[in-house]
Design a protein around this ligand. Sequence first.
Ligand code: DQQ
Length: 575
Amino acid sequence: MALPYCLTVIAVFSLCVICNNGVEAFHEIYPDLQSISARTVSKIHRTGYHFQPHRNWINDPNGPMYYNGVYHLFYQYNPKGAVWGNIVWGHSVSKDLINWKELEPALYPSKPFDKYGCWSGSATVLPGKGPVILYTGVINKHSNEVQCYAIPENTSDPFLRKWIKPNAINPIIVAEHNMNGSVFRDPTTAWWSEDGHWKMLIGGRSKDRGMAYLYRSKDFVKWIRAKHPIHSAASTGMWECPDFYPVSLKGKNGLDTSVVGNRLNRVKHVLKNSLDVTRYEYYTIGTYFMNEDRYIPDNTSEDGWGGLRYDYGNFYASKSFFDPSKRRRILWSWANESDSKEDDVKKGWAGIQAIPRTVWLDSHGKQLVQWPVEELNSLREKEVKINNKKLKKGNYVEVKGITAAQADVEVTFSFSSLDKAETFDSRWVNAQDLCAQKGSKVEGGVGPFGLLTLASKNLEEFTPVFFRIFKAPNKHVVLMCSDARSSSLKRELYKPSFAGFVDVDLAHKKLSLRSLIDHSVVESFGAGGRTNILSRVYPTLAIKKNAHLFVFNNGTEHITVEKLKAWSMKSARRN
Ligand code: DQQ
């Protein structure tokens, strides 16, 4: 890591501990707002098909699982207000991952070991026994964390409504005297190891070194910590919500968390950490050495701030699970608001979940690929198409005939040459800075071209999602942006120019893009899900029927909209 960058990380890290009032627990705390519930829930920016509860605050997805034909999604939830606090495990169930039924909270503070909060955790389905939830209980005001165990009261209740926390065994894990118990949380789904143990990870930190502790158990109740963490990385700060799972080297099928196939060279492992310091996540792909209790990232996978990200936008505290009914691994994530706390209190709600994504290893084995679960397509209606439409520099073409505020659009762009690509400056290492410098209106060679989502009629407001192609000495560099800077006329909003580079083969001179547009969220998948960006935006004009969708090109090279399909999206049932 270059020295100035390293110093910035240390500075940000120290600052965060200070600005969190010494409580190293990340979420901003507004004691006065925690228990204020709005009388009415504002609908303007509420989503039509992204998951959110009927009111109040949510954050991390917890314990997603499929059990007896039902998908369960739990989530960190404040039942009393629209800011973080009073945290319980909200609970919703679904048959298709899209339409949900909201139930009573599954876990709420009720015991000395979780009196100050039931924080994040995971579910493991024990063969022949049923699901067990491991979660973090907070035992005092200083945010001291222990790990707790909960099981369904009645496994034959199809919705597993009630959960019990046996007194005799809880808490099942406490931090040892040489560990910092206020940075010790978020147990993963456990996996069964050939050496006769269940194993799972807990996120932590030692000084500013992020780490994932490994614990093992024969009976799921008595857990012993391995001598060393399964993995750690210097200067990354607290690792929240670690996730660890196998991916197949061939094909898109997901694998059960207990599959270990390194020896046969069929399986790689993924370790994801959510970095508390900056509130973004990164993952590595590597090898799990079961007997040594170690995970080592491949040398093609950067381990730290510059690492690969599931999503280069607003996407945090994600968690995956294996869905045995369709043999796929599914990824959930929290997308926070970007408006002010005061706005959230007025709205009466805050936080959504990204659309669940199927995740698999790319055929070259160096990165993951993600795509919205196929069930989402059941909400599509009213399809419109554009084929072979040429876009010259400065052309904006409206995609008419759909509800542009609640839509799904898939488009493939092509170009006949890359000769006009702008020269790439090797100092441009930060995609987000580059996107801020070269926004959608800044003329380029090949690109910027893409979609203008949630646009007002005269483009006073719009969120462009676009590509720009550069020429580096031995390759082309593709930048993908989802730029919120012009998304709203309202000023007091966080409007980042989110961006990521796309590792894609341009031999066919084509690039594809899919955007899920849903009132205050634009969730985009570049090049078939190789680079993804979720933006939260709050238009004031481009709302409901006044929202428009365009394709555009502001590069000198002509771009062809080879094939575009867009759909109005029905609303999901959520109660
Ligand atoms: N949110 C939870 C913690 C977790 C954090 C508390 C991540 O368990 O570390 O609501 O957003």
